[in-house]
Design a protein around this ligand. Structure first.
Ligand SMILES: Cc1cc2nc3c(=O)[nH]c(=O)nc-3n(C[C@H](O)[C@H](O)[C@H](O)COP(=O)(O)O)c2cc1C
Length: 323
């Protein structure tokens, strides 16, 4: 059973933080489907928190139904990070997560995200200061290192443990790799062997069966799933069934239609028009990826101008599929 400090999760499956993706509506949708132990918000800048930036109000919204929830913060100033961690606790989060894995240039330039792996004393200071400022479980998510010549995830894992983190998540690509190549799961196994706090494995879980395989191959305590959640939002429910020794159920065409419509109606009702349109387009791309007929819907939506037209296009598309 996955536990961070005293907090125990009903399932070892965690929704990975994904900027612009793991927003309130998407988290809610996945949570309602079942199988998830912990959802994570898209990352929040410690500087934005310090300045109480107005965009925080949208990002930090969550429903009690989503809990337990983890809020991830990023930044490079230990003082601001400690303040951000405290703020996260005040928001009622169950877990505060520190981002030490983001490889995006914008973040690296600010010496945050994965760049902290190039400065382990600073990384240690941040973890120490955050630890001292919160009583909720504190976790750290990181990569294998900056590049193949600087693989220091074992060292960072030990630092996390020494500084009182309650768990770590490893995405075992290097920052330089971004998303290329494959995630080397043997690194998760090595990290698990070298520390005693919970280790969550992440990277390239594509099918429900990959969850079991990752747990068996690495001994990890939990599995974090990112991109596959968008292609197959049922993956948590399916993997949870496998963990119970049951056969996973494949979604029907009707299940797909209902899920997309529920998601899109939430976006229409809760998001500002421009953002809703952007998200509708993005998610249509993910939901229909690898589905030959999905191209028709992707082409159709390019010219639509309102969420209601979008929703009608989805209904028409599924009616045509059913026929
Ligand atoms: C669109 C997108 C946004 C992401 N944003 C974050 C983020 O905010 N914080 C973070 O730690 N990782 C972020 N990641 C990385 C994922 O959490 C995860 O580590 C990575 O996608 C590998 O897991 P996967 O193979 O299951 O997708 C993001 C990934 C994607 C694709």
């Amino acid at each position: 059973m996955l536990k961070y400090g005293p907090v125990q999760f009903a399932s070892p499956l965690i929704l990975a933080p994904m900027a612009d993706v793991t927003d309130r509506q998407f988290r809610l949708l996945l949570k309602r489907m079942g199988g998830i132990g912990l959802v994570t918000m898209e990352f929040v800048s410690s500087r934005d928190i310090h300045l109480r930036h107005k965009r925080l109000a949208t990002i930090l919204r969550y429903s009690p139904e989503e809990r337990p929830i983890s809020i991830q913060v990023y930044g490079s100033d230990p003082e601001l990070m400690a303040e951000a961690a405290r703020f996260v606790q005040e928001q009622g989060a169950d877990v505060c997560d520190i981002n030490m894995g983001c490889p995006a240039n914008k973040i690296l330039k600010g010496c945050a995200g994965a760049k902290l792996m190039a400065d382990l004393p600073l990384a240690r200071d941040i973890i120490r200061r955050c630890r001292a400022s919160v009583s909720i479980p504190l976790t750290v998510k990181f990569r294998a290192g900056m590049d193949d010549g600087r693989l220091n995830y074992l060292e960072l894992g030990r630092i996390c443990q020494d500084e009182g983190a309650d768990g770590v998540a490893l995405h075992p690509r290097t920052a330089r790799q971004m998303y290329s190549g494959r995630a080397d799961w043997s690194r998760i196994a090595r990290l698990k062997e070298s520390i005693s706090i919970p280790v969550v494995g992440n990277g390239d879980v594509e099918q429900p069966g990959d969850v079991l395989r990752m747990m068996q191959e690495t001994g990890c305590d939990g599995v974090m799933i990112g991109r596959a959640s968008m292609r197959n939002p049922w993956i948590y429910r399916q993997a949870a069934a496998l963990l119970r020794g049951e056969a996973p159920v494949e979604p029907t065409l009707l299940d797909r239609r209902d899920l997309i419509l529920e998601h899109f109606r939430l976006l229409r009702d809760e998001e500002e028009h421009r953002l809703a349109m952007h998200k509708l387009r993005t998610f249509t791309g993910w939901y229909t990826r690898g589905w030959a007929e999905g191209r028709d819907l992707r082409v159709r939506i390019a010219s639509l101008e309102s969420p209601d037209h979008f929703i009608q296009a989805v209904i028409d598309f599924f009616d045509a599929q059913a026929a």
